[in-house]
Design a protein around this ligand. Structure first.
Ligand SMILES: Cc1cc2nc3c(=O)[nH]c(=O)nc-3n(C[C@H](O)[C@H](O)[C@H](O)COP(=O)(O)OP(=O)(O)OC[C@H]3O[C@@H](n4cnc5c(N)ncnc54)[C@H](O)[C@@H]3O)c2cc1C
Length: 423
């Protein structure tokens, strides 16, 4: 394997050996033979969560759709399939996933393992769609866990942070294919957002708010609205939204970057998988040269948490490319930041300057501490392990689950040892 870096190039994996198995039997053999190993998805995490000093296994050959069950309305996929590839196939069959992240390039297993999310008050993170997982566990056995039959154990395993085994297949809930239109509004005054936050974020199937924290406004509001066949939703975009004005052309969330990288806007109707992600599958998502952090706070603290970041604005802005605010519904997955609480996710796309960003993150974390902000598992944070652990009431159960599946710690790495096991 020539390239040993993650997608952003800010992290170099330390593994001595890399493997690209093509069969489940080969995965089983590797698991039995290796002392410590870790699976790599599409490498879009920004920290060492997927790293291992000994063996890394890539499931890039496991990218097939295995079965569509129309009766149960589910699809079973191999773990390494990317959302973009899966959703195209689902659309041809008349189905869709309930939500997608900002980019379609990531693997299903990697995204679910870290509780990756999109936006929308009613939309749980992507892992909430999982109903069955097939894994090769530490002793080489193939284990199948299902939402129906394995109750709480299943709720603990889905956002598994790569710690339970090699996920080989996932079954996902589907919805009938649906269409969305995407409209962008510019320059939302902060006072309007403060007064009408809930009206704004509940105003569409999925809403994203962008700001650079440089002024008393959010630079862009992306509304992804459902279009039904009755024609009732085929409307001209209103010229104004809480003081923001409708964009006169397509936009990229980061000022100055080409809008061609983004999914179609200007109210043009299209299939949900071509509107929910901000970025197109065949283009570079986001800026490419960047670092990312994200903190999730309980929805009811949205206004206070945004105010706290605003107070740090003069320190945040010089290091920032763009910030995005989204909403995520509550779920029941133990290690999801949205476990039993609807959240607002405050995201930062940073300039690629880790020395400066790493000095600022503790200040952001301090400001967000009163709201029990939980960092995204796949992004950069500086919170102490003790603090992070205190934010997850199901952590002791998760530790127990990891021990029972993997008594020798075969799937542990420095990240898990530090943030999960070291209690
Ligand atoms: C440009 C960009 C945009 C992003 N946008 C969003 C967004 O909109 N919303 C959001 O929430 N996040 C977002 N992220 C973060 C990203 O979704 C997560 O980091 C996600 O985990 C990446 O998936 P991956 O396939 O690259 O997994 P990796 O980073 O490769 O791995 C993540 C974890 O999954 C584990 N894993 C992967 N495959 C398996 C398997 N088969 N079995 C067991 N464990 C496995 C790994 O061991 C590791 O622990 C973004 C990242 C980038 C770079």
């Amino acid at each position: 394997m020539e390239n040993r870096k993650n997608w952003a190039g800010n992290y170099t994996y330390s593994a001595a050996r890399w493997h690209c198995p093509k069969t489940v039997e080969h995965i089983q053999e590797l698991v039995v033979r290796c002392g410590r190993l870790k699976v790599l998805g599409t490498r879009h995490s920004f920290n060492g969560i997927a790293d291992c000093a000994e063996d890394i296994v890539s499931l890039e050959h496991f990218d097939h759709v295995v079965a569509l069950d129309r009766e149960r309305r589910t699809v079973t996929v191999e773990a390494g399939v990317r959302y973009g590839q899966l959703c195209r196939q689902l659309h041809c069959e008349g189905y869709a996933l309930h939500n997608l992240a900002s980019l379609p390039h990531i693997s299903v297993a990697g995204a679910c393992a870290t509780a990756t999310h999109g936006s929308g008050d009613s939309n749980g993170n992507l892992a909430t769609a999982v109903s069955v997982m097939e894994m090769v566990t530490a002793n080489g056995a193939v284990v199948v866990l299902s939402r129906e039959r394995h109750g709480e154990e299943f709720q603990g395993a889905v956002v598994g942070l790569g710690g339970l085994g090699v996920v080989t297949k996932l079954t996902l809930d589907l919805v009938p294919a649906f269409d969305l239109r995407q409209d962008v509004y510019e320059n939302l005054p902060l006072w309007q957002l403060a007064e009408h936050f809930d009206d704004i974020v509940s105003g569409a199937y999925s809403v994203s708010l962008f700001t650079d924290w440089r002024s008393a406004r959010f630079s862009q509001v992306w509304l992804k609205r459902q279009v039904k066949d009755d024609g009732a939703s085929c409307f001209e975009a209103k010229p104004e939204l809480f003081g923001a004005t409708v964009a006169t052309g397509p936009r990229h969330p980061i000022a100055g970057l080409p809008a061609e990288h983004c999914t179609e806007q200007m109210g043009v109707r299209g299939p949900s998988h071509e509107r929910l992600p901000h970025f197109r599958m065949d283009h570079t998502p986001s800026s490419g040269e960047e670092l990312q952090s994200e903190y999730l706070v309980p929805h009811q603290h949205a206004g206070a948490a945004l105010g706290a970041i605003l107070r740090l604005g003069e320190h945040v802005a010089p290091l920032l490319q763009i910030s995005e605010v989204r909403t995520v519904a509550a779920d029941t997955l133990w290690m999801s930041p949205c476990y039993q609480q609807a959240c607002v996710a405050i995201h930062f796309t940073w300039r690629k300057d880790w020395p400066a960003v790493s000095k600022l993150l503790p200040r952001i974390e301090e400001q967000l501490a009163p709201f029990d902000a939980r960092p995204h598992w796949g992004k950069l944070f500086t919170m102490s392990p003790a603090r992070l652990q205190s934010l997850y009431e199901k952590l002791p159960d998760f530790q127990q689950l990891l021990r029972s599946y993997d008594p020798q710690g075969k799937f542990h790495n420095a990240f898990l040892d530090t943030y999960i096991m070291d209690a």
